[in-house]
Design a protein around this ligand. Sequence first.
Ligand code: ACK
Length: 659
Amino acid sequence: APSAPRNLIFLINETALFLTWSPPSDSGGRKDLTYNIMCQRCGASGGEEDCEPCETDLRFVPRPLGLTGTSVAILDFATHANYTFHVETVNGVSGLGGNTRPLANITVTTDQTGPSLVGVVRKDWASDNSIALSWPEAEQQPNVILDYEIKYYDKEQEQSGYSSTRTKALSVIVTGLKPSTVYVFHVRARTAAGFTAYSDTFDFSTGDEDSGMAADHGQVLVVVTAAVGGFSLLIILTLFFLITGRCQGIIKAQLKSEDKRRADFHNAPPFPGIKTYVDPDTYEDPTQAVHEIDPSRIRIERVIGAGEFGEVCSGRLRTPGQKEIPVAIKTLKGGYVERQRRDFLREASIVGQFDNPNIIRLEGVVTKSRPVMIVVEYMRNGSLDSFLRQHDDHFTLVQLVGMLHGVASGMAYLSDMGYVHRDLAARNVLVDEGLVCKVSDFGLSRVLEDHTEPAYNTMGGKIPVRWTAPEAITYRKFSSASDVWSYGIVMWEVMSYGERPYWEMSNQDVILSIEEGYRLPVPMDCPGVLHQLMLHCWQKERGQRPHFNSVVSFLDKLIRNPSSLLTLVDNSFPESPEDMPGYPLFISIGEWLDSIKMSQYKHQFLAAGFTTLDSVSTMRIEDIRRIGVSLIGHQRRIVSSIQSLRLQVLTVQHNGFHN
Ligand code: ACK
């Protein structure tokens, strides 16, 4: 008879337990060795009497008996359990004699409680039905952390049980919660050796359905600091301008911008110690504070585009004693009236106040000679939307999130300064040769504000409807929170490589759909966490949207822990055909493919039995790949078109955040 297997060991990871062993030293003189695995689940005492056969749903891959190799994977095991496995060597003559079976045994505890690796758990933001949490990385970890488990329960209803969710990141968005309710959270890490102990418990509350304000201490603290901060800021500015002798006008400007800020901000007042944006309309001459460039230092090379006021050119700027730098030059075309000149230069007096790596940098202006010009740093890759369209599917998730991180940092800076952009969109973000994204185009706020006739109407006009928050469209309530809405749209544009938000829907249909609770669905190949963040930016109540600073720290964590980006949302289309609106699907497959310039696939669609648009609308990404659409750009266009056929019906409420 053969002897027992040798060197039996186990390995455990998130989902599987592996047993491996070496063949026995004595094969019993035969070549037909196989192995059988037997399993017992034992109680805490560890004694034999406390054991019972393992549950039947435990899965063995490839199988429990008659293994020819020397390893097996075990799935669907329970946590907090002691398993004992017996590996038996068997050959053709086993059981024909001998009374001791050749067994190797091993006991595995699937919950090896160690010290807690999770310290303080923080609340990043809350809406009425979700809470975003984060925690610092463990400093000394003996084992690599595979993921974290978050357990939580309604504090008042502890007896009704726990819920839990898992994440690979140092943060999570817990959803499906009740409004104005305190939940108790604790988090534990899972390493190759099993779970560690739980962190302390932390109580956090969801927001209030009506007020839109998250009820927690953080909120109160911000308001208090802001009041104090605003006051000291005023004193500092007063002193500064007393010294420079320009007190009056500026204090007025300061007060006006304080007012504006107060009106603009719901819960995100500027932080103390940070410079505040001054509205150029409060200056006599808005360009007096901006650097005037001697035009002989500028060399225009070529026209790169058309701006609202004239051509945009690329060129070089010389500064004595320094290297020439590449610049972009916006010109004001001849024949302008004074009002246009002022509007044109207004952008420069806004940008000139900013100094941040994610905001386009102003080099200066030319106002004393013709043509009037605004000179800014040159951004090799042009605007973000066309850049992404030209490079469909060329970037890694981390690169895309890096771009979004840049835009969010720039926006956090602007909102901390009290500046509301009002026209944030991928077309207004520029990309440099290192993929750094910078917010640009600071023209719109004037257009909206200064016209006696409202410059917008819901049928289009001056408001970029697809990018604008509903309260800004309806009541002109522009704020950093409405900029956050636009940021969510930019996220969607980036993750779909420059697709037009809401495709070809009319502005009026976009407004109505949003009002009814519809939101853009997850773009193809976009991680679930990012779509959740978009949905959060598109909360109807502006007080429930995250602040840019929270968005930045959230994306920061994703970039540091990119494994959290691996969870894709696989229901990229609305769940079931019953959700289909009564959409006219009468055109033929041929006409549809023609309309999206994909007619080369007509044959494949028909051959695979997708002969009506009705049937196409139920296709999933796999189906599209399976019928032979292999180019990712083509897949994306077809998927996107199907989504628009089915109307983008995913509401914030119905979408689970759990992975
Ligand atoms: O997508 P684009 O190439 O990038 O086309 C537009 C065009 O000018 C009209 O706005 C490009 N553009 C604008 N500002 C800059 C800049 N600072 N650097 C490089 N290109 C720019 C933009």
